[in-house]
Write a protein that binds this ligand. Sequence first.
Ligand code: ZN
Length: 67
Amino acid sequence: MWEKTFLPWDSQAAQPVTHCHYCGRGLYEGEEFYAVNGIAVCDACLEWFARGEYAACRMSGREWRQS
Ligand SMILES: [Zn+2]
């Protein structure tokens, strides 16, 4: 019978310091990411996050001219 074993991870290297709020990916000590209002956002999710965050700012050229 195959037994479940855990690989001997280097605990310092393998433990994420936090997780991306959106994709859930582990974010590690040596890695850079964005901390926005206390929320961790990884590089890959930043564009998605920004689009959501600034959705209210999105406008057409016509709206821009009328404002
Ligand atoms: Zn992410």
